[in-house]
Write a protein of this length. Structure first.
Length: 340
């Protein structure tokens, strides 16, 4: 008779850098993630970090740091989720990597490709894990769509249609509209249809973009057509001026798959075929949906991987380059572009 295994799964100790809305969503998801713990949180003030740790962490386990550097240097942290505004990602990521920490960087990964290249180069030179936090790629609904396509049910995929937009009346100093905080629809919303289109249709060969600039000089809405290396086309849009259906449709020669409202976090998809048949599939997610990307990072760390095969670093670099080209065509420039 074989004795039961006593092997224990390594618990991954997470640190969260930043205490904003997205950091709170991530901390909530950590509670739904097996064998993971919020070990520490950092803010620019210790009071803010303490309040965050009290609400989302454990009084016994979660430490509060009044500086980002203190979190990076914390020996009891394995991986750090960087949840600051886009323009801070570059500096924060380099700091954490130089302190020997694995990193998960909120999307968009950086403001431009040059900054992303510097992060990736440092991660690779130090042999440390790094990944862009494109949480949607790990959702059960997207994995199901990928499985259906691989099975040939909708034939050869040729085109994708996607939109992501909502109306915001936030002021010019808000991160959505403030150029100093990487404002604009592309970095905040357009990254979703861009990244997921590449996930299904492969690398982007070229892009044509058009956009509307707001009073602060950032894009308040944009439309872009991607030509993929395999010849496929994706037609996408992002908007901060209008509520859009927020759907993602993958079209093939034999039918289409539609990821429904809030496609980036949906549990429902519909398959409709040329023969008129139609079915809806429900693929439940864990909690608020962020746990799936955490599970992937944890898996990679336990297996000694330096990047995720689902969201590899070379693809992040390529997509940052596409965003750069779109902003160039539309006329959006950030301070980080001028510093190059």
């Amino acid at each position: 008779m074989t004795a039961p295994s006593t092997t224990q799964v390594r618990t991954i100790r997470w640190g969260i850098l930043g205490t904003g809305k997205i950091a709170k969503a991530f901390a909530t998801a950590l509670k739904d993630t097996p064998d993971a713990v919020l070990a520490a949180v950092a803010s620019r003030s210790v009071d803010s970090a303490t309040a965050f740790a009290t609400e989302y962490g454990s009084h016994e386990l979660t430490k509060s740091h009044g500086s980002y550097q203190a979190l990076a240097d914390d020996p009891d942290v394995d991986a750090i989720y960087i949840a600051t505004p886009h323009p801070m990602h570059h500096e924060n990521a380099l700091m954490c990597l130089n302190a020997g920490k694995a990193i998960l960087v909120e999307k968009a990964f950086t403001v431009n490709r040059r900054e992303a290249e510097e992060i990736v180069a440092l991660a690779r030179s130090k042999k440390l894990f790094a990944m862009e936090a494109m949480w949607t790629r790990f959702h059960p609904s997207l994995l199901e769509a990928k499985r259906i396509i691989a099975g040939g049910e909708i034939g050869t995929v040729a085109t994708i249609q996607a939109d992501l937009g909502f109306y915001s009346d936030a002021g010019p100093e808000h991160r959505l509209f403030n150029p100093a905080l990487g404002g604009g629809s592309l970095l905040d919303l357009g990254i979703y249809p861009l990244s997921i289109a590449a996930y299904f249709l492969g690398p982007v060969q070229s892009v044509k973009a058009s956009g509307q600039l707001g009073p602060t000089g950032v894009d308040v809405q944009a439309g872009f057509v991607l030509t993929h290396e395999n010849g496929g086309l994706s037609s996408c849009s992002s908007s901060l001026l209008a509520r859009t259906p927020v759907e993602f449709t993958i079209c093939g020669s034999q039918g289409f798959i539609r990821l429904h409202n809030r496609f980036h976090n949906t549990e429902d998809l519909t398959v409709e075929l040329n023969d008129g048949s139609r079915r809806t599939i429900n693929k439940p997610r864990i909690g608020n949906g962020y746990a799936h990307e955490i599970i992937e990072v944890n898996r990679c760390l336990r297996e000694g991987l330096l990047e995720s095969p689902v969201m590899p670093l070379d693809e992040t670099l390529a997509l940052m380059g596409v965003l750069d080209e779109m902003r160039k065509q539309i006329g959006v420039t950030y301070d980080a572009d001028r510093a190059a």
